[in-house]
Design a protein around this ligand. Structure first.
Ligand code: HEM
Ligand SMILES: [Cu+2]
Length: 557
């Protein structure tokens, strides 16, 4: 490493983040938490409506609310948090963000904001109540899709910025391993870029059709392109949360991180096998051969392996750290963990939620079981556990050190306590809401349907008690949202001035050396593309060559 670059990296780690890099991350996180507040309010409105407690006015329909809720939370909150977090991580571990990369991240920021505004206006005008999946033949105002294009381009700016920063570091650090958090960031941005290519193709097909320049659209092709992206996206948010589990949580509990080699192998496995699972969202779609569906299901279940490795690694770190601080007994060591520290408790509960979340995912990927739960509230219960707890609660936990770190402030005991209260409210709220959703889904209650009793049909009436629990859970979650948003902005603007460290755990002293082949990103990307081709070329060619008659745009609302 060059001397200048080495000094800069040391200075950066000793003095904390540079003002410019800090501003970038603060802006990204601010947008994320505003999206959380707005999305949360809309979620509560839906929850109350589903329970029959709130009738929506004709100028603000259930589908408008649902579209905005999905986009604000699963796109805006997640993307802005992820980018803000990883840019701070790159800044910290690579010796600062390069000025040109910082510019790219700002251009990306504004492109996304412009895109969100362009997409939200038609939603507010009830011209785009197509939900975040925007499946053709439902057609929104073309401007909705144009907004999405801007969001994707903005994300690409940030992805390429990250690649440039990483490449620059590697050039100056020949033969060294990329710092682990930057390795995670590379995996996430690789997936963000490649995963969003199919949805870009889809949106470019939709725009001329939505304008009426093209008469029909290939519905199966667009659904497939959507899920090649949608499925990848949720795993991108998951991989971001996992990065904090491996790298940050061990430091917070005063331990060391688990095997560096295993961590990198988990990342590579999650990147390589991800995009090829998309058809598990289309298990009951017609026109896809069983063998291709089977392959996607196999690939979906294959990513269960790295997750099991993660579960093992995490609990091993917990036990080791607790025993090193005097914990004893078969299970008694758990008392030594810092349960009163929100920076640990929130991601810990997030990990635990992934156990039922992952099991539910396996259920849904299974052909026969999928027939039972497909498009029911069960699915909504599933992803509020996975993205709504495993991912989001980890993000919340991160915010209690990341925001003070970038704001040059400190976490006070009072805000920590508030964070603990928020974490428990979120946990109980989600047990109620997600539990009720799972159960009522098994009883047949459909997702994406506003409150109805189907003319007082007995089956529909039997859902009511569960939908009531759903609303109670949703109300608790809204309280959690308010506390969390308050804590985030308090930490950004009001908490006492001071230095907060960026917690990155060291490896064990006796750790074995990580083999250098793990650094071969070019090879991983090629393998990923080979798997993607195996999974998608045949079905896509089939959809195009044997295309059924296309569909004109349909407005279903
Ligand atoms: C205050 C907290 C929340 C409440 C009360 C809530 C409630 C709901 C309800 C009732 C539905 C609609 C069910 C249906 O009719 O299909 C829903 C859908 C959804 N929620 Fe949430 N939610 C909350 C937080 C979150 C979070 C944190 C995320 C993700 C980060 C999230 C992501 C989604 C998504 C992606 C949908 C599906 C939208 C669609 O079907 O198009 N929600 N939520
Ligand atoms: Cu999926």
């Amino acid at each position: 490493m060059g001397l200048g670059s080495a000094l800069k990296q040391k200075a950066n780690q000793a003095l904390g983040i540079g003002v410019e890099d800090a501003k970038l991350t603060k802006s990204y996180l601010s947008v994320a938490f505003i999206a959380l507040l707005l999305g949360g309010i809309l979620g509560l409105i839906q929850g109350l409506n589903r329970a029959g407690l709130l009738e929506l006015p004709s100028w603000f329909t259930y589908y408008q609310v649902l579209t905005a809720h999905g986009i604000l939370l699963v796109v805006v909150l997640s993307a802005f948090f992820t980018i803000g977090y990883f840019y701070a991580g790159l800044s910290h571990t690579l010796g600062g963000i390069l000025p040109k990369v910082r510019r790219m991240a700002w251009i990306g920021f504004w492109m996304k904001i412009v895109g969100i505004v362009i997409a939200v206006i038609p939603i507010l005008l009830n011209q785009a109540s197509v939900m975040f999946t925007f499946y053709p033949p439902m057609a929104a105002s073309p401007y909705f899709y144009i907004g999405l294009v801007f969001i994707v381009l903005g994300i690409w700016m940030c992805a390429f910025g990250a690649f440039i920063n990483v490449a620059h570091w590697r050039k100056n650090h020949k033969g060294e391993h990329l710092p682990i958090l930057a390795f995670f960031a590379t995996g996430v941005f690789v997936l963000l870029f490649f995963g969003s290519l199919p949805v870009t193709a889809e949106v470019l097909m939709i725009i001329p059709w939505a304008f009426g320049w093209v008469e029909t659209i290939n519905v199966m092709l667009s659904r497939t392109l959507f899920w090649a992206f949608g499925h990848t996206l949720v795993n991108i948010w998951y991989l971001t949360a996992v990065s904090a589990w491996y790298v940050v949580v061990p430091k917070i509990i005063g331990g060391r991180r688990f095997s560096d080699t295993l961590t990198r192998v988990v990342i590579i496995a999650l990147v390589v096998m991800n995009i090829t699972g998309g058809f598990h969202h289309q298990i009951i779609d017609p026109g896809i051969s069983e063998s291709v569906k089977f392959m996607h299901v196999f690939m979906s279940l294959a990513i269960g392996f790295p997750s099991l490795m993660t579960a093992y690694a995490m609990f091993r770190v917990f036990e080791r750290t607790a025993r090193a601080t005097g914990g004893t007994g078969f299970l008694g060591w758990y008392k030594k963990l810092p349960w009163g520290d929100v920076r640990f408790l929130a991601p810990f509960i997030a990990m635990v939620a992934f156990i039922p979340g992952g099991i539910g995912g396996i259920v849904q990927s299974t052909n026969q079981l999928n027939q039972v739960v497909h498009n029911t509230m069960w699915v909504v219960g599933h992803f509020h556990l996975t993205v709504g707890v495993s991912v989001v609660l980890t993000f919340f936990g991160i915010s209690y050190w990341l925001i003070p770190y970038v704001s040059k402030r400190v976490l006070t005991p009072a805000i920590n306590k508030l964070g603990i209260v928020m974490t428990w409210i979120w946990t109980v709220g989600m047990i109620f809401m997600s539990g009720a959703m799972h159960y009522v889904g098994l009883l047949g209650s459909p997702r994406r349907t506003s409150y109805t009793t189907y003319g007082d049909h007995a089956t529909a009436l039997s859902w009511d008690p569960y939908l009531f629990f759903l609303a109670i859970g949703g109300t608790l979650l809204m309280i959690g949202v308010i506390i969390q948003v308050y804590a985030a902005f308090h930490l950004m603007f009001l908490a006492p001035i001071g230095e907060t460290e960026f917690p990155i755990a060291k490896e064990e002293d006796d750790a074995s050396k990580t083999p250098y082949w793990t650094e071969r990103w070019g090879v991983w990307i090629v393998i990923m593309l080979v798997l993607v081709s195996m999974a998608y070329v045949l079905p896509i060619v089939d959809f195009i060559v044997n295309a059924p008659p296309g569909s004109p745009p349909i407005r279903s609302w």
